[in-house]
Design a protein around this ligand. Structure first.
Ligand code: PPS
Length: 359
């Protein structure tokens, strides 16, 4: 049987002598693993924990696992696609770098020329690429990284905390809004490239079967939730909906977690609110870097504007039928209830299944 386990594959790759050789060995392995279409414009490849869209991201994850050397000051943003990645990257970058780049410095802020995905890069999409090994040693502390990988596929050096000391910030979002956001993103790509669009019922089917990028959705959330419960000082766990409700509170928690607490003079001077405003959907969407810039993600050049659509809670109701929503909510309840009742309690506020079964 062909291997579909990154850890097993990494054992095979251990004797690779150069970066190129390691990358090629992982590519050869992943290319032989089972694949199928799913909620992506790329073929999805099966690994022991779920599905990855395209060979390159899985290879990048495996190579990062082999080579990434964590520092205690590192902070890694972890999310599933379309859960609030762009927003949390902006908030973290703006918070950590506020001394050299004050949030209210209008035209001078790096966000005017760089999108959040260029300020905090993905390990698997942008850093561990085919062409050359990234030179991460040269980066000053604190280094900020991002990943969409499930917790179990994080680089071993990240999971090795507390010896590495590295911290993780996770954001999750109502699966229905995550799915709808992803569907729009995929279909925008399909439209740009003259491909057939994915219908919403097919998208729901893929999502519920777990055949979505870095899916299944529920296992991804649960992996980070368990890690957060075990080591809250190492894994911060945010919900997109709560960030929308209280962005300032989340900026303060983020700052404290990252070791960049806002001082009293900063609080009095409105630095928290300035950070919230700078990173708000309405502000970011109007920046030149968003309107005219793009980000290279593996081999795809993505216009930065594609990372912004509506930025609302509950937009799913405009796209997903009540029956489809009920199907997703029933899975959420079944998956989260045994090990994460407080997560289900939270998501019950945005679920239709309870209301229907009560009514
Ligand atoms: S990606 O491709 O994984 O990085 O996408 P991600 O950033 O996780 O998700 C994109 C959705 O997040 C919304 N968004 C925001 N919401 C609130 N505030 C800010 N600043 C913000 N920036 C992006 C974006 O509009 C996508 O959600 P939808 O529902 O599609 O609008």
């Amino acid at each position: 049987m062909k291997p579909s386990s990154p850890s097993q594959a990494n054992q095979d790759a251990d004797d690779a002598k150069t970066y190129e050789e390691l990358y090629q060995r992982c590519t050869d392995l992943v290319s032989s693993w089972p694949s199928r279409p799913g909620l992506s414009y790329l073929q999805l490849f099966r690994h022991e924990k779920g599905w990855y869209n395209g060979v390159t991201l899985l290879v990048g994850t495996m190579v990062a696992d082999e080579l990434f050397a964590a520092r205690p000051s590192d902070i890694v943003v972890a999310t599933q696609p379309k859960s609030g990645t762009t927003w949390i990257k902006a908030l973290l970058y703006a918070t950590v770098h506020r001394r050299e780049h004050p949030a209210d410095a209008a035209g001078d802020h790096p966000f005017n020329s760089l999108g959040p995905h260029e300020c905090i890069k993905f390990l698997e999409y942008q850093l561990y690429r085919a062409d050359e090994a990234p030179d991460l040693d040269a980066l000053p502390d604190p280094r900020l990284f991002a990943t969409h990988a499930p917790f179990d596929l994080l680089p071993r050096a990240v999971v090795a905390a507390p010896s590495s000391g590295c911290r993780v910030v996770y954001v999750c979002r109502d699966p229905k809004d995550t799915l709808v956001s992803l569907l729009h993103f995929v279909n925008k790509y399909n439209a740009r490239n003259g491909r057939e669009l994915v219908a919403v019922d097919a998208a729901v089917g893929f999502f519920c079967d777990g055949v979505s990028p870095f899916g299944p959705y529920w296992e991804h959330v649960l992996g980070y939730w368990r890690a957060h419960r075990q080591r809250p000082e190492r894994v911060l766990f945010f919900r997109y909906e709560e960030m929308k409700r209280d962005p300032a509170g989340h900026v303060r928690r983020l700052a404290e977690f990252a070791g960049f607490l806002f001082t009293s003079p900063e609080e009095d001077g409105g630095a928290v609110d300035a950070t919230v405003r700078l990173c708000s959907f309405d502000n970011m969407v109007g920046l030149e870097a968003t309107k005219g810039g793009s980000t290279q993600l593996t081999t795809t050049t993505v216009p930065n504007s594609a990372f912004f659509r509506r930025g609302e809670v509950g937009d799913w109701a405009n796209h997903v039928s009540p029956e489809m929503a009920q199907r997703i909510d029933a899975i959420t309840e079944a998956k989260f209830w045994p090990s994460a009742p407080s997560l289900i309690e939270f998501y019950e506020q945005v679920m239709v299944v309870k209301e229907r079964s009560n009514g």
